[in-house]
Design a binder for this molecule. Structure first.
Ligand SMILES: Cc1cc2nc3c(=O)[nH]c(=O)nc-3n(C[C@H](O)[C@H](O)[C@H](O)COP(=O)(O)OP(=O)(O)OC[C@H]3O[C@@H](n4cnc5c(N)ncnc54)[C@H](O)[C@@H]3O)c2cc1C
Length: 499
């Protein structure tokens, strides 16, 4: 056992809420420890649609919630501008909508334009474009795959984000402000004081098998779908209502040919929603709640449950406010003002490409993922020109970028690398780059050949698990062959061209 350390706060879970709270708490000067049983963003935060939306649906019952969601979406753009990209939506208007006999349905169909128009009032908070009414001809020109009986469509402007990098950057920022971030560290149980108060955790390092104990004044359960399990370890009840709603039929009603598309891989995440709806303490959202478990005999222990990626920052602020008040210390929240790492400015990609003699497409992807820190990656490539070579061609990831992530962004397993710089996430799903990535990882971490091969098999296996449910016929045979190649020879020696 290692000697217990005393923290102000221990955060259990390294999703967007855990990393967001860790950053906020550390920035306010709280001595912070974040524990994650796998890699950051390996729960719902790495298995979502990545939308930083403004909450148009709240308009139906509480326009204030829409306003606050849009304001917070604007804050996220301010602190991490390089990581966001525009997602224009098309909301099709079908013939049924206007032919339906009920006055209410007719009203709803024609009211759509009014509804989107009302949402436009909040778009300036998040730099969104106003909605546009499209004629059927304009809709089909934009999206020929849509069903044929549309009477038009409305557009709606939202933003998307790379959720893995959002969590990574929050964790890195937390560390820069003094937090300790331990990934692959699972909480197994709680330490209790003489009156039953929660005083700390017992953990196991999933890589080394080592057991440790850590103590803190306050502890936070942000374990997402596992929050009930973590709560049970402390003897408290946390109830969630899992919702996974992938309705292929729903998509098919708008895009009939959708089933003919080539499917790359399948993934799933559990969206935790509140077990009971009712009056909640917070006024921002009807989708998340903070529980203080003192009344259940677990003093000092809190749970944050539900919510959404788009509101992670304000949810984290709300929870950290609770911690600060309880500890009677901690400065004001500044997470909406201070940029995340790389968010200070967006580099001129043309200049960088010319100056560092790297393809503009590679620099462009790098700048999207790292913002101002892309320059640091270019410097790495300048010092070791062989690192300019592409590691993952599908995603335009250079060796230099992978090396930067391995050194700066809490990568403990090879599989973590894909969440940092999208290695093996393109159309080939790692068929071309897995061996090269494993060789690079082995070199950076000084691994033996058998250790490197283990990492490679784990990496290829994880990719294959996502492909297996959606592959068929020849494509399946090709994948089996490719996997067999890695399972046997490993392709480690021949594929790494880096220095
Ligand atoms: C399919 C899907 C699509 C979605 N799309 C959107 C969207 O477009 N926009 C949006 O705003 N929201 C979206 N959401 C919701 C959003 O993803 C979640 O609200 C958010 O990611 C929850 O984050 P979290 O940190 O609370 O939980 P998680 O990300 O699940 O994190 C919990 C973490 O706790 C760790 N953990 C569990 N047990 C332990 C333990 N014993 N010790 C240590 N660590 C532990 C887990 O490994 C996990 O990493 C979507 C959700 C799903 C499932």
């Amino acid at each position: 056992m290692t000697a217990p350390a005393l923290f102000d706060v221990i955060i259990i879970g390294g999703g967007v809420n855990g990393t967001g709270i860790a950053r906020d708490a550390a920035m306010r000067g709280l001595k912070t420890l974040m524990l994650e049983k796998k890699d950051v963003a390996s729960g719902a935060s790495g298995a979502n649609s990545g939308m930083i939306h403004g909450g148009i649906r709240y308009l139906r019952y509480d326009r204030k919630v829409t306003e606050l969601s849009c304001i917070d979406s604007g804050y996220i753009q301010r602190i991490v501008p390089h990581l966001l990209f525009r997602i224009p939506f098309i909301a099709p208007l079908t013939a049924e909508d206007v032919e339906h006999p009920s006055f209410r349905e007719r009203f709803l169909a024609y009211g759509t334009e009014v509804y989107f128009g009302a949402y436009d009032l909040y778009q300036p908070y998040k730099g969104g474009l106003p909605s546009v009414h499209l004629s059927p001809e304009e809709v089909y020109e934009l999206e020929p795959g849509l069903r044929r009986n549309l009477i038009g469509a409305m557009t709606m402007d939202e933003w998307g984000i790379d959720p893995w990098r959002l969590c990574t950057l929050n964790a890195v920022s937390a560390q820069q402000h003094g937090a300790v971030v331990l990934t692959y560290t699972q909480v197994l149980g709680f330490l209790r004081g003489p009156k039953g108060e929660v005083e700390g955790v017992r953990v196991r390092d999933q890589r080394t098998g080592q057991f440790s104990e850590y103590r803190a004044k306050l502890l936070v359960n942000v374990a997402g779908a596992w929050a009930p399990k973590v709560g049970a370890l402390a003897g408290v009840s946390v109830r969630i209502r899992p919702g996974i709603a992938y309705l292929m039929e729903g998509i098919e009603s708008a895009i009939p040919e959708i089933r003919q598309a080539r499917v790359l891989r399948a993934w799933a995440g559990i969206r935790t929603t509140l077990y009971e709806y009712g009056t909640l303490g917070d006024s921002l959202s009807r989708e998340h709640a903070i529980y203080d478990h003192e009344r259940e005999g677990a003093k000092n222990f809190f749970t944050l449950i539900g919510g959404k990626l788009a509101s992670y920052r304000i949810q984290s602020e709300e929870l950290t406010d609770v911690l600060s008040r309880r500890l009677q210390k901690g400065a004001e929240c500044r997470t909406h003002l201070e940029p995340l790492p790389g968010g200070q400015s967006f580099p001129n990609t043309v200049d960088l490409a010319v100056h560092y003699r790297m393809p503009e497409s590679t620099i462009g992807r790098m700048a999207y993922r790292h913002g101002a820190n892309a320059v640091k990656i270019c410097e790495l490539a300048e010092a070791r020109p062989e690192l300019r070579a592409p590691l993952c061609r599908c995603e335009q990831t250079s060796y230099a970028e992978a090396v930067y992530c391995l050194r700066e962004e809490n990568v403990r397993r090879l599989t973590d690398l894909r969440r940092r710089c999208r290695v093996a996430m393109g159309p080939c799903q790692g068929a071309r780059c897995a061996g090269a990535a494993a060789a690079l990882f082995a070199r950076e971490r000084n691994l033996s050949v058998s250790e490197a091969h283990e990492e490679l098999l784990d990496f290829v296996g994880a990719r294959f698990r996502g492909k297996r449910p959606v592959l068929d016929g020849e494509q399946m045979a090709q994948e089996e062959l490719n996997r067999g190649n890695y399972l046997t020879v490993g392709n480690l020696d021949g594929s790494y061209s880096g220095g």
